[in-house]
Design a protein around this ligand. Sequence first.
Ligand SMILES: CC(C)(COP(=O)(O)OP(=O)(O)OC[C@H]1O[C@@H](n2cnc3c(N)ncnc32)[C@H](O)[C@@H]1OP(=O)(O)O)[C@@H](O)C(=O)NCCC(=O)NCCS
Length: 343
Amino acid sequence: MTHKGTVTLETERLILRRFSPDDADAMFRNWASDPEVTKFLMWSAHTDVNESRRIATLWSEQYSSLNIYQWAIVPKSVGEPIGSISVVHGDDKAKSVHIGYCIGKAWWGNGYTPEALTRLVRFFFEEVGVNRIESRHDPRNPNSGKVMQKAGMRYEGVLRQSDWNNQGICDAAYYAILAEDYFTPKTQDKPAGYIQQIRAKIGHDPIIMTGSAVFVYRVGKILLQRRADNGNWSKPGGAMELGESLEDTARRELFEESGLTANSLELLGMTSGAEETHVYPNGDKVFNVTAHYLCTDFTGEPCENDNETTQTVWFDVDNLPEPVSETFRRHYENLFLPRVKNL
Ligand SMILES: CC(C)(COP(=O)(O)OP(=O)(O)OC[C@H]1O[C@@H](n2cnc3c(N)ncnc32)[C@H](O)[C@@H]1OP(=O)(O)O)[C@@H](O)C(=O)NCCC(=O)NCCS
């Protein structure tokens, strides 16, 4: 574990940066003075801007310590802090961090906190080298649990009357994501497929991998899944098994990964070539040849049907979540968007 301190992080819509004393007015105005924001928190709403100034100044003075993680959440479209996200407790021996967050009510429901937390998950696993990222919430504040789920954390359980906040003693619902959830493909429940059989013979050498992927579309929304291996949002898909047609592969992968049964599939196009190279976290390198399908007619309710996926969410087609791979973005822009414009 290598502490990096509160370095500036960026997402599509947010800058996560250090606080300065100059942020006191925005802190007071945007969230810290609102008792609705602090209802389930451990500190009381500020009644005077000087309280916010004292806190912003205190935090600013702590940044020289590399194990202090206290970010201001600044939407690019707002240009000033609307909330904070921080490590409220860290344990170097357990290689774990416990994250807390809050944002002003005017910005609730825009997905800003999950976007910030998702970026922190990436930062702490990929740059700091933690093993566990956890968070907790009062079960009477379920919106906070949704933030944790959206960032790929898994529900672990409730510790009864173990905690307190401005409502008094309370239960604490715990969520966490482990390094192995984030980095390791969870394929152990499946019988060894064609690719695993090939890999057993040739190790990590580059191979050409044929497969199919499915864009699932429903009235202005695209169904995306969070991959357990690298945390990216992507569409259902995977490698062809012996004896399958490309369409068979698409149907099987869609069902295995999302629980949906395709009633019909439309071929959007094929991709191949040098830019379709992919290197898995374990070093396996593949050159993908992929058939991309559109599915607008399906049966079932989307869910996380296997261990390769941590979340399944409908997103507006023109508002992709973060992070997605460059390859996914290319397929989405070149194959999916031009087709759904006409639907
Ligand atoms: C909990 C909190 C961090 C959520 O952040 P956010 O950026 O609004 O997160 P999201 O946009 O993903 O919204 C989460 C859920 O809250 C719901 N929500 C959003 N705005 C809401 C509102 N004004 N009233 C009620 N629910 C609302 C959304 O519907 C969403 O659920 P969905 O994904 O099923 O639609 C934010 O509400 C907050 O700062 N609350 C006060 C501080 C706090 O409770 N911190 C967590 C302590 S554990």
